[in-house]
Write a protein that binds this ligand. Structure first.
Ligand code: ATP
Length: 661
């Protein structure tokens, strides 16, 4: 971040030194960094850490001459002498890896997610953890009892069950001696804390136990929180209290962008809770996007929409000098079109973008542009893996929706399809095995050659059976219309891999599947699973790979929420309230459609509305685009939305078009 302040691209050049000065001054000063999309928050964070610790890229040495005088050098020495570290809290594991990757070897900083941070703080204090869990459980029990006694007709069966569960949990907790947390492997039991429990226990203990607050301050005089807009409210509040108690011994630095808050865990209006004595440095640049896109996101945030309750407080962004162009189009059509019609006409929008930009990346089907839809099922339809997605969602709904943490890997029971069989399919070309060596490597990878019979004859027989299975598999998976069942059959029959017992039982179950429940009817777990397995086995095998690509985050399709933090050359945002079927977001209302009843009520009581949430989500999606951006709105009243968009300050009249027929 060195450069002349006269260079318009360097208008933020002083912010790193400014932040370093807040940390190293006596007493230190906590800060809230105002930073918008594409402003280079991670780069700023890494530069601050390097200066504070005196450790440059790839070196474990203290640099001889830090730029901002020797205060930071002294700061680093003191950290080391007191065996302290700077703590950096990120939102995802991946973000922690990005920061540590760029930072290099740096023993004076500890970068981790909020879950790891909280667990590091409380691990081993088993009696305290038990106290916290019992107190939180007692609160929940009290709430449940209040709700039950408040009912006119007396407690319902569900009330009684809930109360009994809390009472039983209190007994079990009292008897638990040791508590564990295993974020990667799902471990259950009274002593195993969930993600959410680790956070609420840490927040509770920080508030209640002075010793823990002292330990925190002794270990880390500085805590920097990235993506603070989405950081769990209770933990943030607890940390704010610890800082307020002894501001000279612990300082907080909050980085993030309240315009990009998309999860409900964070504070509704972070800037408004920042104490007045805190510093508020600002990043004003947007290094990512072309001018047209930066102008649009500035306008989006600045708009006076009916139903908006959130403050417009923010820094207006400037694009880089050389990014003086960029292209935006908004296409609007009627949401009554069928799903197939919508897909066909969205492809026409992509062609229109190709014509307008001259970029081949916009050609329909070209992965050079990213398509964002609101719901996973809408992505699955656009990515042609809807049947597999729906089947797997019946088996385990939580495991099929990739999120920002990157932890979702599909239902445990079908891993053989997503890992072993996809790896084996990679060794197949045109119905034939392309490399025996590659097949052997896959079998080794999954330990399938470890337990071959010792006897020579039996061993040869087994290998022959494996070979036949691989050939049958190769033939089956090369048939473009093969079903999952057909490709799975040679694997199951030969035991080439070891599928999950649940998958095997379902594969061998020849009964017809139960009917789907009537809408709004509850369905038993067994029926749901049976339908899931049946749909999965009847699905096209080709969809499995597309689903896997989506799950791993490598697809050109994604949901609006999951792309937070990413950037793409060209972006198409599909907005369709009708298809999404939710009530949290309402794109139509950003285009002049009247407010709903709950929005009207929320405006009166100054609570968050669907307008607030949708505006932030639109801010996130639009700001992902570097070069060009297409907004596709399927509106309830397309004529009205078109007229609204033509007059709206967000767009130039020529940028607004009907979705081609
Ligand atoms: N000082 C800089 N000079 C040039 N390019 C920069 C600078 N800072 C960041 N960039 C580039 O700008 C883009 C946006 O940066 P980055 O992704 O770190 O922003 P961010 O603040 O995390 O954005 P968001 O909150 O929108 O995800 C990246 O491509 C990055 O390499």
């Amino acid at each position: 971040m060195v450069g002349s302040k006269d260079d318009p691209n360097e208008r933020d050049a002083g912010v790193v030194d400014e932040i370093v000065a807040y940390v190293t001054s006596t007493p230190p000063r906590s800060f809230f960094l105002f930073a918008g999309a594409g402003s280079g928050k991670t780069r700023t964070l890494v530069a601050v850490l390097r200066k504070l610790t005196g450790i440059g890229p790839g070196s474990a040495q203290i640099e001889s001459k830090p730029a901002a005088g020797d205060l930071d050098l002294r700061f680093a020495r003191e950290l080391r002498a007191r065996a302290q570290t700077i703590r950096v809290i990120t939102y995802t594991k991946n973000a922690a890896l990005v920061v540590t990757g760029r930072l290099g070897n740096n023993d004076l900083t500890q970068v981790a997610t909020i879950h790891s941070f909280c667990w590091d703080l409380i691990a081993g204090f088993d009696d305290d953890i038990r106290d916290a869990l019992l107190a939180l459980n007692a609160l929940a029990l009290e709430k449940a009892r209040e709700a039950a006694t408040g009912r006119k007709k007396g407690p319902t069966d569900k009330d009684k069950k809930t109360i009994a569960e809390f009472e039983a949990k209190a007994v079990a907790l009292s008897a638990t001696q040791r508590f564990t947390y295993s974020p990667d492997r799902k471990r259950y039991g009274d002593g195993a804390l969930s993600h959410a429990e680790v956070l609420s226990v840490a927040a509770w203990l920080l508030k209640q136990k002075p010793t823990l607050r002292r330990i925190l301050r002794d270990q880390h005089p500085v805590i920097l929180i990235d993506e603070s807009q989405d950081t769990m409210k209770s933990v943030l509040d607890a940390l704010l209290e610890v800082v307020a108690e002894a501001p000279s011994r612990l300082m907080l630095g909050l980085l993030g962008d309240h315009r990009q808050r998309i999860y409900m865990d964070g504070h509704a209006d972070l800037p408004s809770i920042i104490p007045p004595e805190w510093a508020t440095p600002k990043l004003e640049m947007n290094h990512r996007s072309q001018r047209r896109i930066v102008d649009l996101i500035n306008e989006i945030w600045d708009s006076d929409l009916e139903g908006r309750t959130q403050s417009k407080k923010a820094v207006r962004q400037h694009p880089r000098e050389e990014k003086s162009s960029g292209l935006v189009r908004v296409f609007i059509g009627g949401t009554a079109a069928t799903p197939e019609e919508k897909l066909r006409r969205e492809a026409l929008c992509e062609s229109a973008m190709e014509a307008a930009t001259g970029a081949a990346e916009w050609r329909p089907g070209n992965p050079g542009h990213k398509i964002l839809a609101l719901e996973h099922a809408l992505v699955a339809r656009r990515g042609d893996f809807l049947q597999v997605f729906e089947a797997l969602a019946l088996l385990d709904p939580d495991s099929v929706r990739p999120d920002a943490t990157g932890d979702t890997s599909g239902p445990a029971a079908v891993q053989v399809l997503l890992r072993e069989m996809i790896d084996l399919a990679d060794c197949v070309n045109g119905g034939q095995v392309s490399s025996d060596f590659a097949v052997t490597e896959v079998l080794h990878r999954y330990d399938r050659l470890l337990n071959l019979p010792a006897d020579g004859e039996a061993r040869a027989q087994q290998l022959k059976a494996y070979q036949r299975a691989v050939e049958d598999f190769a033939a089956a998976c090369s048939n473009p219309s093969a079903t999952v069942r057909e490709v799975l059959a040679p694997i199951v029959q030969s035991s080439l891999f070891e599928p999950d017992k649940r998958l095997l039982a379902a594969f061998n179950d020849t009964r017809p599947p139960p009917d789907a429940p009537e809408s709004r009817q509850k369905e038993g777990v067994e029926n749901r699973l049976a339908r899931g397995w049946h749909t999965l086995f009847a699905s096209p095998w080709s969809q499995i790979r597309r689903f896997k690509t989506y799950l791993s985050g490598n697809s050109h399709l994604a949901t609006h929420q999951v792309v937070k933090g990413s950037e793409f050359e060209h972006v198409m945002v599909v907005m369709d309230d009708e298809d999404a079927g939710g009530f949290l977001f309402a794109y139509d209302r950003l285009f002049g459609s009247p407010l709903g009843d709950s929005d009207v009520k929320n405006v009166e009581t100054h609570k968050e509305t669907s307008i607030d949430r949708t505006l932030r989500l639109l801010y996130v999606t639009c700001s992902r685009a570097k070069e060009s951006l297409a907004l596709v709105l399927w509106a309830r009243d397309a004529g009205q939305a078109l007229a609204y968009a033509q007059k709206n300050k967000w767009f130039l009249p020529a940028e607004v078009q009907p979705i081609p027929e």
